[in-house]
Design a protein around this ligand. Structure first.
Ligand SMILES: Cc1cc2nc3c(=O)[nH]c(=O)nc-3n(C[C@H](O)[C@H](O)[C@H](O)COP(=O)(O)OP(=O)(O)OC[C@H]3O[C@@H](n4cnc5c(N)ncnc54)[C@H](O)[C@@H]3O)c2cc1C
Length: 233
């Protein structure tokens, strides 16, 4: 797990037989044989053969076959701005640190965006501002205001943590959108780390866990970063 100011991410759960499960799902669609026999057959030991079929099925858009595997990540050290972007993905499941039940004590943790970090004068003002917010938050809670209401003054920069789970189809979709250079740096780093954690264990996924332009061979963004030809040009 990389330790810097950005997301700390660890893959905490994935099926042992991921490839075989997807292969069985794919072949079940085209075979007279039962899924159980397909799962137990010799070709379900042959990684190359399994990958060839999976690649054919997935590239033809038959995505239900990759919904059968679910992975979970322990994530910490992300800002609420970043977590808010992540929770927009509707096929993911989340358990996030509550700002109702967990009261901030002393200075709350926060993430400073690089653009502010790299400007010493603004960084100093930013830190001072976070200090002021923290003081007011404490004033509110000490006056008996419940944490669920005092949190109204906490900023988007406040650190948070969560367990996030999703199936492989959604992870590929997430990577396609959030590894794009148009996505904000913090979520790009978070999603890259999620993908890298899984690729360490399942290297065959490397070709799928990429920005959408790499997957489709063109860019469909309004403002292209220029690494791929723009759609229709
Ligand atoms: C660079 C970038 C900038 C963004 N800027 C903004 C912004 O300014 N404002 C803003 O509000 N959001 C913004 N978003 C968030 C974006 O609009 C999506 O909410 C978010 O990316 C989730 O994507 P999704 O809906 O494709 O995927 P998911 O919610 O992960 O769903 C995956 C797929 O499932 C299908 N699906 C899910 N739910 C439905 C449904 N109800 N009906 C039909 N199909 C469904 C769709 O095919 C969808 O693509 C931005 C995202 C990115 C990557």
């Amino acid at each position: 797990m990389t330790k810097d100011k950005y997301a700390q991410v660890r893959l905490i759960s994935k099926p042992e037989n991921m490839l075989k499960t997807i292969y069985t799902a794919c072949r079940t669609c085209y075979s007279a044989d039962s899924p159980l026999n397909i799962y137990d057959c010799d070709s379900a030991q042959d990684e190359e053969k399994m990958l060839k079929l999976i690649s054919r099925v997935v590239s033809s858009g038959h995505y239900s076959t990759i919904e059968h595997v679910q992975v979970s990540f322990a994530i910490s050290n992300i800002s609420r701005a970043c977590s808010h972007q992540l929770v927009r993905h509707r096929h993911m499941s989340f358990s996030q640190k509550s700002q109702r039940y967990v009261k901030e004590k002393g200075q709350f943790d926060y993430l400073t965006p690089d653009s502010i970090e790299n400007n010493p004068e603004l960084k100093e003002k930013f830190d001072a501002f976070m200090g002021k917010i923290s003081e007011f938050y404490l004033e509110l809670t000490e006056a008996g205001i419940p944490a669920e209401d005092a949190r109204a003054v906490l900023p988007n920069a406040t650190s948070t943590s969560m367990v996030a789970s999703l199936n492989l189809r959604e992870l590929i979709h997430l990577a396609n959108l959030r590894l794009c250079t148009r996505a904000q740096k913090e979520i790009r780093i978070l999603v890259k780390r999620m993908c890298d954690e899984l690729i360490k264990e399942e290297p065959w996924l490397k070709e799928y866990l990429v920005p959408k332009c790499e997957r489709f061979g063109f860019c469909d963004e309004d403002k292209s970063c220029g690494r791929m030809p723009v759609k229709g040009q």
